[in-house]
Design a protein around this ligand. Structure first.
Ligand code: HEM
Ligand code: HEM
Length: 186
Protein backbone atom coordinates (compact mmCIF):
# COMPACT_ATOMS: atom_id res chain seq x y z
CA UNK A 1 0.00 0.00 0.00
CA UNK A 2 1.18 3.53 -0.77
CA UNK A 3 1.01 6.54 1.57
CA UNK A 4 -2.27 8.42 1.42
CA UNK A 5 -3.21 11.68 3.12
CA UNK A 6 -5.66 10.00 5.48
CA UNK A 7 -3.62 6.82 6.06
CA UNK A 8 0.10 6.06 5.86
CA UNK A 9 1.49 2.81 4.49
CA UNK A 10 2.66 -0.03 6.73
CA UNK A 11 6.20 0.48 5.31
CA UNK A 12 6.26 4.16 6.34
CA UNK A 13 4.95 3.43 9.83
CA UNK A 14 6.91 0.23 10.50
CA UNK A 15 10.20 1.67 9.26
CA UNK A 16 9.65 4.99 11.11
CA UNK A 17 9.21 3.37 14.53
CA UNK A 18 11.77 0.60 14.04
CA UNK A 19 14.42 3.12 12.98
CA UNK A 20 13.35 5.75 15.57
CA UNK A 21 13.81 3.27 18.44
CA UNK A 22 17.06 1.95 16.93
CA UNK A 23 18.52 5.44 16.37
CA UNK A 24 17.62 6.75 19.84
CA UNK A 25 19.05 3.53 21.32
CA UNK A 26 22.23 3.70 19.23
CA UNK A 27 22.84 7.38 20.03
CA UNK A 28 22.50 6.60 23.75
CA UNK A 29 24.70 3.52 23.30
CA UNK A 30 27.36 5.66 21.54
CA UNK A 31 27.36 8.31 24.27
CA UNK A 32 27.82 5.60 26.92
CA UNK A 33 30.72 4.11 24.91
CA UNK A 34 32.35 7.52 24.56
CA UNK A 35 32.63 7.80 28.37
CA UNK A 36 33.85 4.22 29.00
CA UNK A 37 37.51 3.45 29.69
CA UNK A 38 39.24 1.14 27.19
CA UNK A 39 39.03 -2.54 28.13
CA UNK A 40 37.30 -5.85 27.49
CA UNK A 41 33.83 -4.64 28.50
CA UNK A 42 34.04 -1.67 26.11
CA UNK A 43 35.31 -3.87 23.25
CA UNK A 44 32.40 -6.27 23.74
CA UNK A 45 29.90 -3.41 23.67
CA UNK A 46 31.53 -1.88 20.58
CA UNK A 47 31.06 -5.26 18.83
CA UNK A 48 27.28 -4.96 19.43
CA UNK A 49 27.26 -1.24 18.56
CA UNK A 50 28.92 -1.92 15.18
CA UNK A 51 26.80 -4.94 14.30
CA UNK A 52 23.48 -3.30 15.21
CA UNK A 53 24.63 -0.12 13.41
CA UNK A 54 25.24 -1.97 10.14
CA UNK A 55 21.83 -3.69 10.51
CA UNK A 56 20.21 -0.26 11.01
CA UNK A 57 21.88 0.91 7.79
CA UNK A 58 20.12 -1.85 5.82
CA UNK A 59 16.68 -0.69 7.07
CA UNK A 60 17.63 2.98 6.65
CA UNK A 61 18.54 2.39 2.99
CA UNK A 62 15.18 0.67 2.45
CA UNK A 63 13.43 3.60 4.11
CA UNK A 64 15.47 6.18 2.15
CA UNK A 65 14.49 4.48 -1.12
CA UNK A 66 10.86 4.39 0.01
CA UNK A 67 10.91 8.16 0.78
CA UNK A 68 12.45 8.91 -2.64
CA UNK A 69 9.63 6.96 -4.30
CA UNK A 70 6.79 8.24 -2.08
CA UNK A 71 8.00 11.70 -0.98
CA UNK A 72 7.33 12.85 2.60
CA UNK A 73 3.78 12.53 4.00
CA UNK A 74 1.72 15.66 3.26
CA UNK A 75 0.93 18.04 6.15
CA UNK A 76 -2.47 17.67 7.84
CA UNK A 77 -2.78 21.32 8.85
CA UNK A 78 -1.30 24.65 7.84
CA UNK A 79 1.55 26.23 9.79
CA UNK A 80 3.53 29.44 9.19
CA UNK A 81 5.90 29.02 6.22
CA UNK A 82 9.02 29.13 8.44
CA UNK A 83 7.71 26.28 10.59
CA UNK A 84 6.99 24.18 7.51
CA UNK A 85 10.52 24.88 6.25
CA UNK A 86 12.06 23.90 9.63
CA UNK A 87 9.95 20.71 9.73
CA UNK A 88 10.93 19.81 6.14
CA UNK A 89 14.65 20.46 6.75
CA UNK A 90 14.49 18.45 10.00
CA UNK A 91 12.87 15.49 8.21
CA UNK A 92 15.69 15.53 5.64
CA UNK A 93 18.36 15.78 8.36
CA UNK A 94 16.81 12.88 10.30
CA UNK A 95 16.53 10.77 7.16
CA UNK A 96 20.14 11.50 6.11
CA UNK A 97 21.32 10.99 9.71
CA UNK A 98 20.11 7.40 9.62
CA UNK A 99 22.57 6.91 6.71
CA UNK A 100 25.54 9.11 7.69
CA UNK A 101 25.81 7.76 11.27
CA UNK A 102 26.29 4.07 10.34
CA UNK A 103 28.35 4.93 7.25
CA UNK A 104 30.71 7.20 9.24
CA UNK A 105 31.01 4.49 11.91
CA UNK A 106 32.06 2.04 9.21
CA UNK A 107 34.53 4.62 7.85
CA UNK A 108 36.14 4.84 11.31
CA UNK A 109 36.50 1.06 11.68
CA UNK A 110 37.58 0.33 8.12
CA UNK A 111 39.93 3.33 8.12
CA UNK A 112 41.70 1.77 11.13
CA UNK A 113 42.13 -1.42 9.09
CA UNK A 114 39.62 -3.32 11.25
CA UNK A 115 37.13 -5.80 9.73
CA UNK A 116 33.49 -5.39 10.86
CA UNK A 117 31.89 -8.55 12.24
CA UNK A 118 28.15 -8.00 11.76
CA UNK A 119 26.53 -9.86 14.69
CA UNK A 120 28.35 -13.05 13.70
CA UNK A 121 26.34 -13.22 10.46
CA UNK A 122 28.99 -11.97 8.03
CA UNK A 123 32.17 -9.91 8.07
CA UNK A 124 32.98 -6.76 6.12
CA UNK A 125 36.68 -7.25 5.36
CA UNK A 126 39.43 -4.79 6.34
CA UNK A 127 40.68 -2.57 3.52
CA UNK A 128 44.06 -1.46 4.88
CA UNK A 129 44.98 1.60 6.95
CA UNK A 130 43.18 4.73 5.61
CA UNK A 131 43.84 7.57 8.09
CA UNK A 132 41.80 10.18 6.15
CA UNK A 133 38.78 7.87 5.99
CA UNK A 134 39.11 7.28 9.74
CA UNK A 135 39.43 11.00 10.57
CA UNK A 136 36.54 12.12 8.34
CA UNK A 137 34.45 9.29 9.83
CA UNK A 138 35.29 10.40 13.38
CA UNK A 139 34.26 14.00 12.72
CA UNK A 140 30.96 13.00 11.08
CA UNK A 141 30.20 10.38 13.77
CA UNK A 142 30.99 12.75 16.65
CA UNK A 143 29.52 16.05 15.43
CA UNK A 144 26.80 14.38 13.34
CA UNK A 145 25.62 12.48 16.41
CA UNK A 146 25.22 15.71 18.42
CA UNK A 147 23.46 17.44 15.51
CA UNK A 148 21.12 14.50 15.16
CA UNK A 149 20.24 14.55 18.86
CA UNK A 150 19.29 18.24 18.51
CA UNK A 151 17.21 17.43 15.39
CA UNK A 152 15.39 14.58 17.21
CA UNK A 153 14.51 16.91 20.11
CA UNK A 154 13.15 19.49 17.63
CA UNK A 155 11.24 16.74 15.81
CA UNK A 156 9.61 15.47 19.01
CA UNK A 157 8.69 19.05 20.03
CA UNK A 158 7.09 19.43 16.57
CA UNK A 159 5.16 16.16 17.00
CA UNK A 160 3.92 17.36 20.42
CA UNK A 161 2.84 20.69 18.93
CA UNK A 162 0.80 18.83 16.29
CA UNK A 163 -0.73 16.69 19.03
CA UNK A 164 -1.44 19.31 21.73
CA UNK A 165 -1.81 22.62 19.86
CA UNK A 166 -2.89 21.84 16.29
CA UNK A 167 -4.74 18.62 17.30
CA UNK A 168 -4.56 17.61 13.63
CA UNK A 169 -4.00 13.83 13.89
CA UNK A 170 -0.36 13.90 12.67
CA UNK A 171 0.84 11.60 15.47
CA UNK A 172 -2.22 9.33 15.19
CA UNK A 173 -1.56 8.96 11.45
CA UNK A 174 2.04 7.88 12.22
CA UNK A 175 0.64 5.18 14.54
CA UNK A 176 -1.40 3.77 11.66
CA UNK A 177 -4.74 5.34 12.44
CA UNK A 178 -7.11 6.63 9.79
CA UNK A 179 -7.47 10.42 10.06
CA UNK A 180 -9.99 12.85 8.55
CA UNK A 181 -8.47 13.92 5.25
CA UNK A 182 -10.66 16.99 4.70
CA UNK A 183 -8.25 19.16 6.71
CA UNK A 184 -5.17 18.26 4.68
CA UNK A 185 -3.48 20.48 2.14
CA UNK A 186 -3.33 19.20 -1.41
C1 HEM B 1 9.61 9.54 20.17
C2 HEM B 1 10.16 9.92 19.07
C3 HEM B 1 9.45 10.29 17.79
C4 HEM B 1 8.16 10.72 17.55
C5 HEM B 1 7.04 10.97 18.55
C6 HEM B 1 8.05 10.92 16.10
C7 HEM B 1 6.90 11.33 15.45
C8 HEM B 1 6.78 11.53 14.10
C9 HEM B 1 5.57 11.92 13.43
C10 HEM B 1 4.24 12.20 14.08
C11 HEM B 1 5.85 12.01 12.09
C12 HEM B 1 4.88 12.40 10.97
C13 HEM B 1 5.14 13.83 10.55
C14 HEM B 1 4.22 14.26 9.43
O1 HEM B 1 3.30 13.54 9.05
O2 HEM B 1 4.47 15.39 8.90
C15 HEM B 1 7.24 11.67 11.91
C16 HEM B 1 7.89 11.63 10.71
C17 HEM B 1 9.24 11.38 10.53
N1 HEM B 1 10.12 11.04 11.54
FE1 HEM B 1 9.69 10.83 13.51
N2 HEM B 1 9.26 10.64 15.52
C18 HEM B 1 10.13 10.25 16.50
C19 HEM B 1 11.45 9.88 16.33
C20 HEM B 1 12.12 9.92 15.13
C21 HEM B 1 13.53 9.59 14.99
C22 HEM B 1 14.47 9.15 16.11
C23 HEM B 1 13.82 9.76 13.65
C24 HEM B 1 15.15 9.53 12.93
C25 HEM B 1 16.31 9.58 13.45
C26 HEM B 1 12.61 10.19 12.98
C27 HEM B 1 12.51 10.47 11.62
C28 HEM B 1 11.36 10.86 10.97
C29 HEM B 1 11.28 11.11 9.54
C30 HEM B 1 12.44 11.01 8.54
C31 HEM B 1 9.94 11.43 9.28
C32 HEM B 1 9.31 11.72 7.88
C33 HEM B 1 8.45 10.53 7.46
C34 HEM B 1 9.22 9.25 7.41
O3 HEM B 1 10.26 9.16 6.77
O4 HEM B 1 8.78 8.26 8.06
N3 HEM B 1 11.59 10.27 13.91
N4 HEM B 1 7.80 11.38 13.14
C1 HEM C 1 22.74 3.68 13.81
C2 HEM C 1 23.92 4.06 13.67
C3 HEM C 1 24.86 4.62 14.71
C4 HEM C 1 24.69 5.61 15.65
C5 HEM C 1 23.42 6.43 15.89
C6 HEM C 1 25.94 5.74 16.37
C7 HEM C 1 26.18 6.66 17.38
C8 HEM C 1 27.37 6.83 18.04
C9 HEM C 1 27.67 7.87 19.00
C10 HEM C 1 26.70 9.00 19.42
C11 HEM C 1 28.93 7.68 19.45
C12 HEM C 1 29.67 8.54 20.48
C13 HEM C 1 30.38 9.67 19.77
C14 HEM C 1 31.72 9.29 19.24
O1 HEM C 1 32.54 8.78 20.01
O2 HEM C 1 31.98 9.49 18.03
C15 HEM C 1 29.46 6.51 18.78
C16 HEM C 1 30.70 5.97 18.97
C17 HEM C 1 31.26 4.98 18.20
N1 HEM C 1 30.64 4.31 17.15
FE1 HEM C 1 28.76 4.58 16.53
N2 HEM C 1 26.83 4.84 15.87
C18 HEM C 1 26.22 4.13 14.87
C19 HEM C 1 26.77 3.12 14.09
C20 HEM C 1 28.09 2.71 14.16
C21 HEM C 1 28.71 1.75 13.26
C22 HEM C 1 28.00 1.03 12.11
C23 HEM C 1 30.01 1.62 13.67
C24 HEM C 1 31.12 0.77 13.09
C25 HEM C 1 30.96 -0.19 12.23
C26 HEM C 1 30.19 2.48 14.83
C27 HEM C 1 31.36 2.60 15.54
C28 HEM C 1 31.55 3.41 16.62
C29 HEM C 1 32.81 3.48 17.35
C30 HEM C 1 34.05 2.65 17.09
C31 HEM C 1 32.62 4.45 18.34
C32 HEM C 1 33.68 4.99 19.33
C33 HEM C 1 33.62 4.39 20.67
C34 HEM C 1 34.76 5.03 21.47
O3 HEM C 1 35.89 4.54 21.33
O4 HEM C 1 34.52 5.99 22.19
N3 HEM C 1 29.01 3.14 15.09
N4 HEM C 1 28.49 6.01 17.93
Amino acid sequence: MKDQNHKLSAATIGLHWLIAVAMIGMLTFGLILEDMPKGEAKSALIWWHKGIGVAVLAFALWRFGWRLVEGFPSALSRAPAWQERVAGATHWLLLLGTLFMPISGMMMSLGKNRPIDVLGLFTIPAIGEQPVLDQVGQVIHGLGGKLLIAAIILHVVGALKHQLVDKDGTLARMTGRLVASDTHRA
